[in-house]
Design a protein around this ligand. Structure first.
Ligand code: DGT
Ligand code: CA
Ligand code: CA
Length: 577
């Protein structure tokens, strides 16, 4: 590997960009930028200078710290400091930087003032005329940004995991019918259960000479063949999903699965661990010299570097290696651990099925309880319930529970949290319920402080139990509202209430990192379908995937409890005033 001055400069520029987005000390930022310029202007390669034992601190603007970082980049291709900052700043923010005319200062303003993290959110904000009012922007800049974005939206489109899933399952089943095929498995971000995937990566093992690639490219849904070779092919399906297929020998299966599952950041660290043991890891196996020492299974690869197998959802290089080494990997929650669902609608409001149909469908999914939580009156578009209709629904629940066996219907409501933090139904009605799910459906653009206080106040209501879809984001549609999530979590713990992992594929809210923060704060979460039809109960699996990405275990999840335990937990909230 040969690292050029421009590469080192690029690392420093990126650190400076990230520091600027973080709002860090301007002197530090300038030090990195100056160093980058020094490096670019340098007539000799710093690598060579280091090789000859020259002292880099003699260069203008380079002190001990930067000299050490230059050495690190020359030796490793990157800097720990950069990786640290990359972890702190949402990755998508650096994508914003790639828009012409948007520098780190503007990214910072977009992020801090408007909560914009992604290109699609920027586009929405610019279309809504919200960008022009920011300091340092203006109408002309806004129009310019919009034009830039129009160019890019096509390539930026990522598939929701739930949209990609049926295409993936059908294609896997098709490939499995190919003669000589042994295994077909989805790797990449799909296997890591990310909420959206850029493309689908399939891994195939087959006997030599298998016609699986010919079969792949002649799949009826293939719209365009992008690459076709004997072991590697890429196509675009008619639904626009790009699919990469790799065929590997059976004894490379584990190494290849590990490699193509990623994430890249995880695999880079794993490869370094292998190197420290004098081993070489690639997609074909783990080698000592030319001799293969592992690779048929993922377990063999991890175990050869002294680690237990790490679940794909954790493979983001966010502390999973330390946890694995310490024997403290979480025992992640599984779909089968869920005993109930605490957020579902019926056709009394905006659902499509009757209460009875919903209850029977939940029972068929193996659930023991289902909370009916229709909307409250403020949501007129959804025919929200007023006290009288809520009362009728409660009577219907009593009648249904008397008739049904094997499932208990719980009395709930998805009550609107009003602008001032009060709840959209009288206390005497809310107190009759088994649980109160509170949600924000209006006034998304309050200041961070106002939004946070609004929700804290809602949590103070003695009947409040679960805060639904806490960030309010809609994937690729709506940015999260600005709120101090850490504060909400602490308050929830103090008040004995809970937050939701909404499993709806467009929501998946809380996000993975917020789930993890909840776990650290000791707040239990409820994985709920928010079903508006019997089919939506299937979405619980995506909520579980999201929770797993957030390191959550069975014990962290409210609705893994038996009905009896659940009632105790819910009651404890109610008495805390
Ligand atoms: P996506 O498709 O954007 O949702 O994300 P991934 O993680 O599926 O990424 P993709 O499809 O580009 O590549 C699939 C996996 O292949 C990725 O997770 C790790 C591996 N991979 C791809 N490029 C590299 C690379 O340059 N180095 C290493 N170590 N692994 C790579
Ligand atoms: Ca992929
Ligand atoms: Ca790929």
């Amino acid at each position: 590997m040969s690292v050029h001055n421009a590469d080192v400069a690029a690392v420093f520029e990126e650190i400076a960009d990230l520091l600027e987005i973080e709002g860090s000390n301007p002197f530090r930022i300038r030090a990195y930028r100056n160093a980058a310029r020094t490096l670019r202007d340098l007539p000799r390669e710093v690598g060579a200078m280091l090789g000859e034992g020259e002292d880099l601190t003699e260069l203008p603007g380079i002190g001990d710290d930067l000299a050490a970082k230059i050495k690190e980049v020359v030796e490793t291709g990157t800097a720990t400091a950069l990786e640290e900052h990359r972890k702190k700043v949402p990755k998508s923010l650096t994508e914003l930087l790639r828009i012409p005319g948007i520098g780190p200062k503007r990214v910072k303003a977009l992020y801090h003032d408007l909560g914009i993290r992604r290109l699609d959110q920027l586009q929405k904000a610019a279309q809504g005329g919200r960008v022009r009012s920011l300091k340092g922007f203006g109408e002309k800049t806004e129009r310019y940004i919009l034009n830039q974005l129009k160019e890019r939206t096509g390539e930026q489109k990522r598939f929701q995991l739930a949209v990609a899933t049926p295409y993936t399952e059908a294609l896997i089943a098709y490939l499995k019918e190919s003669p000589g095929v042994k295994q077909v498995v989805a790797a990449g971000s799909y296997r890591r259960a990310k909420e959206t995937i850029g493309d689908l990566d399939l891994l195939v093992t087959a006997v030599p000479g298998s016609p699986v690639m010919d079969r792949f490219v002649s799949y009826p849904e293939v719209e365009e063949i992008l690459v076709q070779g004997p072991t590697k092919a890429s196509v675009r399906l008619a639904c626009k999903l790009q699919v990469d297929v790799r065929v590997v020998p059976e004894d490379s299966y584990g190494a290849a699965l590990q490699y193509f599952t990623g994430s890249k950041a995880h695999s880079v660290t794993l490869r370094q661990l292998a190197q420290q043991r004098g081993l070489k890891l690639n997609e074909y196996g783990l080698f000592k010299g030319d001799r293969s020492v592992a690779g048929a299974t993922e377990e063999s690869v991890y175990s050869a570097v002294g680690l237990p197998w790490i679940p794909p959802e954790l493979r983001e290089n966010r502390g999973e290696f330390d946890a694995a080494r310490a024997g403290r990997l979480p025992a992640l929650v599984e779909l089968a651990d869920l005993r109930g669902d605490l957020h579902a609608h019926t056709k009394a409001t905006d659902g499509r099925n009757s209460m009875r149909e919903m209850a029977e469908a939940a029972r068929a999914c193996g659930l023991e309880y289902l909370a009916i939580t229709d909307h409250s009156r403020r949501l007129t578009m959804a025919k929200g319930l007023d006290p009288k209709r809520l009362f009728e629904q409660l009577e219907e629940i009593d009648r249904l529970n008397a008739m049904l066996s094997g499932i208990t219907v719980l009395k709930g409501i998805e009550v609107d949290i009003l602008e001032d933090g009060s709840l959209d139904l009288p206390d005497e009605d809310l107190c009759r319920l088994d649980l109160v799910v509170g949600a924000i459906h209006s006034h998304f653009r309050l200041s961070r402080q106002k939004q946070t206080e609004r929700i804290l106040r809602a949590m103070d209501h003695p009947c409040f139990t679960i805060f639904a879809h806490p960030s309010g984001r809609l994937i690729n549609e709506r940015a999260p509202y600005d709120v101090d999530m850490a504060r909400l979590l602490r308050h929830a713990r103090e008040r004995g209430c809970f937050l939701e992992v909404n499993a709806h594929p467009v929501r998946l809210d809380l996000t993975d990192t917020d789930c993890r923060m909840a776990r650290e704060e000791g707040v239990m979460l409820s994985i709920d379908s928010d079903a508006h039809s019997v089919f939506d109960l299937e979405n619980l699996r995506y909520g579980v995937g999201q929770a797993r990405r957030g390191w959550l275990e069975k014990k962290d999840i409210l609705n893994t409890r038996t009905l009896r335990e659940l009632r105790t937990l819910l009651k404890r909230t109610m008495v805390k005033t």
